[in-house]
Design a protein around this ligand. Sequence first.
Ligand SMILES: [Zn+2]
Length: 475
Amino acid sequence: MVGFQMLSIAILIELISALSVLSSHAQSYAITHVSVIPMDRERILADQTVLIQDGIISWLGPAAKATIPKESVLVDGAGKYVLPGLMDMHMHFFYEQGLDKKFLRDEASLMLSKGITTTRIMCGDPEYLKLKEQINNLLIPGPELFVVSPQLVGKWTFSIKLFGNVADTPSEGASLVKRFKEEGYDEIKLTFYLKPEVYDAIIATAAELNIKVTGHVGPAIKLSRALAARQQIEHLDEFIETLLPDTTYNHGISVSGTGIWQKNTAWKTIPFMDESRIPMLVKQVRKAGIFVTPTNYFLITCFAKGQTDEEIKTSPDYAYIPSFLKADREKGRNRFWQNPPPESDRKRYIDLRFKMTKALYDGGIKLMAGSDGPEWYLAQGFSLHNELEMFVRAGLSPFAALETATINPARYLGIDKRTGTIQVGKEADLLLLERNPLEDIRNTTAIKGIFNEKVWYDEKTVKRMEEAAKVIGLQ
Ligand SMILES: [Zn+2]
């Protein structure tokens, strides 16, 4: 056992500051004279005070009418905007890509430092369930985690190590669903190469056990089967293929999923896409009643728009890409970009993704922001703000874009009774901004403070967390 006298001064100081964070949990807070964007509908409540007691919004109203408990910690909200904490509905950890598990806490605090108070982790691992527990118990700072299961994949002809479990028969599929439900995962995650009969067994077992199924739709499954199963579909997988006038243009390789790499086959279908078929697609998706996570920023930036070396190296994400992954990233990028699809096709791909996104929104389908960070040169956190911008570029209002990262995910996750909007009685998952995000969506990056899990992180602390997480990039 290590005696107290053995501890260095530095560790003692750390210990004391950690304890002061813990003791601050029970404190009450008052954010004064702030503009509130409650996100229940498009409105701004000017000059409000928000009282927080033990992590719950206990009072909200005109600042002039507020009775602030005298022990409250005051947060000056004058000239600032408060909105619900953001939710990134499609994220991963660098851990999957080989980063040591001791950095999971840094990854979590990076997410939080960018205003993400809730996130859905799209590839399961027991380590994430442990991390979730630690965050829930206020042992480390981070967003509330919803963790999908380890990935279910079909048998593939190539001997490549996939981060997942092979389900080659219906009974294998069914027993994996049972196991992952028992282990405490929130949803079942599917990737590629599942046979239709295995897929059906997974869907049936998941329905029995009342657990959602989410992920990719491979070309063997097809959109119609996934929609009939009410699977939650990521990346608009297989959506774009429905725009082909007939299947003769598509030789079984779609530009969705891993097909995005197929420049000589999948990409060649793009000129034949018929956008007059979008309304039919929207109708089918609406009938299925699913939510949709387009992950437009990731796919457009990495495969259609592209980034120059300069853009990559000056992006804030870059400092967080572990050194040991950089060569690999570069190889992948070169593989695609040394001989990219024609610019006209890439522009059309972007245009169609935006048009589908806008049409889905107009058709009443609930969209959700998901960044897919840390793919390619995206780190966690930063890319969610980029994804919000994509919704606005697709034609949504900034308010509608913010819905995709607040109330919509809260409804999807079934936590809208306790978070997702700013309302008395709800959890104080809050983001304080310097500028109005309804005027310009990019203002979501102007973070002045974050409230999460009973703890207030002021601007200095937020910056410190963001800086400290750069240790990830040094690995
Ligand atoms: Zn993903």
